[in-house]
Design a protein around this ligand. Structure first.
Ligand code: SAM
Ligand code: SF4
Length: 483
């Protein structure tokens, strides 16, 4: 499958399969080493930090070398078939390590674990433990069970678990950007999507714990947080507020925090803390959220608003609960309320029964919005989803591919167009580190989430903001100099 990868950190191709490293906590060390690698979306990478934190409490040290590990965990993604295939191929590579060390525990975590449950143990003999995204607190017990000679499975989904009290350890991060999970699960039932089945019901995390985590990150020198959820716009938290109406009668009322309120609360931590978020849902993004983005300079002018298709009949089959006009209305509201806001999207080509004419409406939506970036995928039927049950996956592979290639080419044009439009402008950039290609250049992101490259210089360093005059661009990068 050809998925176009764009410079967005919420699904970073360069991090796929990355191993997590933590500083050794000698006091708690049980002498055993954990190797954990992650696939898929930012939520999985963030979950692996929670897993590592839970196991660090039980005395595990992390290692970046699986051949010397006592426990190997692979945190998996189920979103498309090729994501699952990648995990199965990777598991084969652990066989030699297991032969060398028969006491090695191999565990599969995350969405694929949740989808396949104990079937995983039958299909992949190497695997000892299968753990779904809501059962990570049980990991120390499950490892004990495997040590005792059994296989172990916990795929119970929860209506409450948010891991709010667990501070994720982020020691292989750059110390500048961090992901903060604000909710888990998803209550939408997009017909193509496995997430509601693998991550369970939607639940929001207590705002106070989110603010405390963001404040703590800021105090430790982080300068950017990305608030994460499958549908951040439906974030909702009800808290009881005690008031007293008279000396004898006290009243308890409920105060509700929505996503717009939460954004403001995080933005108020410091004007030097940039706030980003992902993912927004077109049916739920409100004008209040847009006004909050416009009101605070440190809430970045960048919205990831997956369209999936530009055709209303296909959107209906996808059960996205909005149509073409509604989506266009949301785009118009963004343009009206937030001047200079970058917009990116997700598109699926070749969904069940999609005609050429309907595909053209997706192309014309791209012409209308001129997205800054896009993730583009061929439809991949997932077992158990509504689409798999109701509709035939009837678009031939070559047609899906042709449509995908067409929108990929179109997006490249618009990415380049958007980048070119920045030439001559001064962008405020948060320096993240050296550029991938040269240690003579720094890289960082603009407010609109574009990657900016500029020469290293005295007087500024990673973690600081600089103003960069943009002189040229590619379709993915802006190039300039500090002014
Ligand atoms: N919650 C987000 C939303 O609603 O947009 C993102 C969910 S999903 C992790 C990321 C993207 O994967 C989706 O927006 C969709 O474009 C794509 N995707 C999900 N299921 C797919 C499937 N069965 N085939 C192809 N692409 C899929
Ligand atoms: Fe999947 Fe739709 Fe939920 Fe996104 S909103 S996670 S696409 S069901």
């Amino acid at each position: 499958m050809m998925d176009l990868l764009i410079p967005d950190k919420t699904h970073d191709e360069s991090r796929q399969g990355e191993a997590l490293m933590l500083k050794a906590e000698t006091a708690k060390n049980n002498g055993r080493k954990l190797y954990i690698e992650s696939y898929g979306c930012a939520m999985n990478f963030s979950d692996s930090e929670i897993v590592a934190s839970i196991l660090a409490e039980s005395g595990f040290e992390t290692t970046p070398d699986y051949s010397i590990a006592d426990v190997i965990f692979i945190n998996t993604c189920s979103i498309r078939e090729n994501a699952e295939q990648r995990v199965r191929n990777r598991l084969k590579e652990f066989t030699v390590a297991k032969v060398k060390n028969p006491g090695l525990v191999v565990g599969v975590l995350g969405c694929m674990a949740e989808r396949l449950k104990s079937k995983f143990l039958e299909e992949e003999k190497l695997v000892d433990v299968v753990v779904g995204p809501d059962a990570y607190r049980d990991l120390p017990n499950l490892i004990d069970q495997v040590d005792g000679g059994q296989k172990a499975v916990n795929v119970l989904l929860s209506r409450e678990e948010t891991y709010a009290d667990i501070s994720p350890v982020r020691l292989n991060s750059n110390g500048i950007n961090a992901f903060v999970s604000i909710m888990r699960g998803c209550d939408n039932m997009c017909s193509f999507c496995v997430v509601p089945f693998t991550r369970g019901r939607e639940r929001s995390r207590d705002p106070q714990s989110i603010i405390a985590e963001c404040q703590d990150l800021f105090d430790k020198g982080y300068r950017e947080v990305t608030l994460l959820g499958q549908n951040v716009d439906s974030y909702k938290w009800k808290s009881k507020v005690e008031g007293s109406e008279s000396e004898v009668i006290s009243s308890v009322s409920e105060a509700e925090t929505n996503f717009a309120n939460l954004l403001e609360m995080v933005a108020l931590i410091s004007p030097d803390l940039r706030v980003r978020f992902s993912t927004s849902h077109p049916k739920d993004i409100t004008d209040d959220v847009l006004y909050a983005i416009n009101k605070y300079d440190n809430i970045c002018n960048y919205i990831h608003l997956p369209v999936q298709s530009g055709n209303s009949r296909i959107l209906d089959l996808m059960n996205r609960t909005y149509d073409r006009e509604w989506y266009i209305n949301r785009i118009d509201a963004i343009r009206r309320i937030i001047p200079d806001c970058a917009v990116s999207t997700d598109v699926i080509t070749g969904f069940c029964s999609e005609t050429d004419e309907e595909h053209k409406e997706t192309v014309s939506m791209m012409d209308y919005v001129k997205y800054d970036f896009a993730y583009m995928f061929k439809y991949s039927e997932r077992p158990g989803t509504l689409a798999a049950k109701r509709y035939a996956d009837d678009i031939p592979e070559e047609v899906k591919q042709k449509r995908l290639s067409e929108i990929v080419a179109k997006q490249q044009e618009y990415s380049f167009y958007r980048m070119q439009a920045r030439i001559g402008k001064v962008e405020k950039v948060l320096i993240e580190g050296f550029s991938k290609k040269s240690d003579k250049d720094y890289c960082g992101r603009s407010d609109q989430n574009a990657m900016v490259i500029f020469p290293v210089g005295e007087g500024y360093k990673p973690g600081e903001y600089v103003n960069v005059l943009i002189e040229r661009s590619t379709s993915a990068t802006l190039i300039g100099r500090v002014v």
